[in-house]
Write a protein that binds this ligand. Structure first.
Ligand code: CUA
Length: 429
C-alpha cells in the first residue's frame, strides 16, 4: 500500500497552483523582458552625429525643444506604465479567483471615477501646455529668420534656390540654384520656402528640424538656426511615388568663409575645369542632357527651374553646375565617382526604378565612347581652382547605398580611336 509523506501531499496540492500562476504570469514576464530590451536599446544608443537619421541626436535649439518634449512624455508614459502594470499585478494576485462565488461588485465607486478622470486630465495638461508653448515659440521664430532658401520637391530629387544670391555676381541671371545639397553658412537663421509642382513631398532633416510637407499650391515655411558646422542627412518623408525612398539630400553647414568660397565658386564656375564655357569642350552627346540640365556659365541653360514646367513636357533635372564637387549623385543614391557616374548613365532606370531621366544608352542614342565623354565632362564640372570643399567626403555607410543593380557596368571605351561606335555596335542594342 502506497503511503504518501506529508511533504509529498503538500507538493501535490501546490504544484498545479504554481503552474497555473506561472501560466498567468508568463505574459507579464514577457512584457517585462521586452521593456528591458527596449530600455537597454535606448541606453546603448549613441546620441550624437553617428546617428544621422535619429531624432534623438538634436543639433539645433529647435530639435532640442522637440527632444525635450519627447523626453518629458517618455518619462510620464513610463511612470503611467509602471503604475498601471503594478496595479494589474497586484489585482491579479490579490483578487484571483479562489472559489465559485462572485466577487464583491463595486459599480459606481466615486473615488475610483474621480481618480481615473482627474489623473489622466492632469497628465494630458502637463503634456499639452509645453507642447503648445513650443509650437507657438517655433512659429514666432520664423519671423526672426533672415536667410532665405527655396526648396522645390521633384520626383525624386530636390532643387535648392538661393533667391538672394545671384547665379553670377552682378548679373541679372536669376538666383543661385543647386540640387540635393543645401549649403548653409554657420549661424544662418534660415527660412525655407517649401514648394512642389507635382505631388506632396516632405522635407526632413531629423537632427535639424521636424518635418514639413511640400504641397502643390502651398508655400510652406520651415525655420531653424544652423548652429553647428557639420553634415546632416535629409530624406523625403512623404510617399511621393516609386523612388520616394531614394529622395535623399544633405544639409552642409560651413563656416562663413567656406560658405562664401562655395558661393564664389558657384558663381564663377565656368562649367568645366579651366574654362568649360568653351563650348568646344562640351561633348556633342551632352546635347541630349540640355533639355533638362543647366550648367552655369555655358549655353546649357534652357531647362526650367522651380515651379515652371519644361517646354518639352518633361520634368527638368538637377542643375549640374559644379557637379563634380557634390558628394553624391542621383539624389543621395550613389557616391560621386566616375564609376558610379558611368553606372548612372548606362543603367539609370535600374539604379533608380521609375526615374524620369531616360536611359539614352539603353535606347541606343549614346554609345560607349559617348558615355566616356560624358563621364569625363561631368566629372570635370568644378571651378578652375578646384572644389571649395575638397575632396568630396563621400560616404557615411548608412547614407550611400550599395545599389542592387544585377549586371556589370559597361567597361570604359578604349582611350584611343579603337573604341568608336562602329566597333561596339552591340553596346547600342
Ligand atoms: Cu518625395 Cu517622398
Amino acid at each position: 500500500m502506497a503511503r504518501h509523506g506529508k511533504a509529498e501531499v503538500q507538493a501535490a496540492e501546490w504544484l498545479p497552483r504554481l503552474t497555473h500562476s506561472a501560466r498567468r504570469l508568463a505574459p507579464l514576464a514577457v512584457m517585462g523582458l521586452a521593456l528591458m530590451v527596449v530600455l537597454a536599446g535606448c541606453g546603448g544608443m549613441n546620441m550624437d552625429q553617428d546617428q544621422p537619421y535619429s531624432t534623438l541626436s538634436p543639433m539645433t535649439s529647435k530639435t532640442r525643444d522637440i527632444q525635450g518634449l519627447y523626453t518629458m512624455i517618455f518619462w510620464a508614459a513610463l511612470v503611467v506604465f509602471v503604475v498601471v502594470q503594478a496595479a494589474i499585478v497586484y489585482t491579479v494576485l490579490k483578487f484571483r479567483r479562489r472559489n465559485d462565488e462572485r466577487p464583491e461588485q463595486v459599480h459606481g465607486s466615486r473615488v475610483a471615477e474621480i481618480a481615473w478622470t482627474v489623473i489622466p486630465a492632469v497628465l494630458l495638461l502637463m503634456i499639452t501646455i509645453p507642447t503648445i508653448k513650443t509650437i507657438f515659440a517655433h512659429a514666432e521664430a520664423e519671423k526672426t529668420a533672415d536667410f532665405q532658401v527655396e526648396v522645390y520637391g521633384k520626383q525624386w530629387w530636390w532643387e535648392i534656390q538661393y533667391p538672394n544670391i545671384p547665379a553670377s555676381e552682378g548679373s541679372e541671371a536669376g538666383p543661385l540654384i543647386t540640387a540635393n545639397e543645401v549649403v548653409l553658412p554657420q549661424g544662418a537663421n534660415v527660412l525655407f520656402s517649401l514648394r512642389s509642382n507635382n505631388v506632396i513631398h516632405s522635407f526632413w532633416v531629423p537632427q535639424l528640424s521636424g518635418k514639413t510637407d511640400l504641397m502643390p499650391g502651398h508655400d510652406n515655411k520651415l525655420q531653424f538656426v544652423a548652429e553647428n558646422v557639420g553634415e546632416y542627412y535629409g530624406e523625403c518623408a512623404e510617399f511621393c511615388g516609386g523612388a520616394h525612398a531614394w529622395m535623399r539630400f544633405k544639409v552642409l553647414v560651413l563656416p562663413q568663409d567656406e560658405f562664401d568660397a562655395w558661393v564664389k565658386a558657384y558663381q564663377s564656375s565656368p562649367g568645366g575645369e579651366g574654362g568649360g564655357s568653351d563650348v568646344a569642350k562640351v561633348p556633342a552627346a551632352f546635347g541630349v542632357c540640355l533639355v533638362c540640365h543647366n550648367v552655369n556659365g555655358t549655353n546649357a541653360n534652357i531647362a526650367k527651374n522651380g515651379l515652371a514646367s519644361n517646354p518639352y513636357g518633361v520634368q527638368a533635372g538637377p542643375n549640374l553646375t559644379n557637379l563634380a564637387c557634390r558628394d553624391t549623385i542621383a539624389a543621395g543614391m550613389l557616391e560621386n565617382t566616375p564609376e558610379n557616374m558611368r553606372l548612372w548613365l548606362t543603367k539609370t532606370d535600374e539604379v533608380k526604378d521609375g526615374v524620369y531621366m531616360p536611359n539614352y544608352y539603353k535606347a541606343g542614342q549614346i554609345n560607349d565612347e559617348q558615355v566616356d565623354e560624358l563621364v569625363t565632362y561631368l566629372t570635370s564640372l568644378k571651378p578652375a581652382g578646384g572644389c571649395p570643399k575638397d575632396p568630396p567626403v563621400g560616404g557615411n555607410p548608412l547614407y550611400v547605398t550599395t545599389n542592387t543593380v544585377d549586371s556589370e557596368v559597361p567597361a570604359a571605351a578604349p582611350a584611343s580611336g579603337a573604341g568608336d561606335a562602329a566597333a561596339t555596335p552591340e553596346a547600342n542594342q
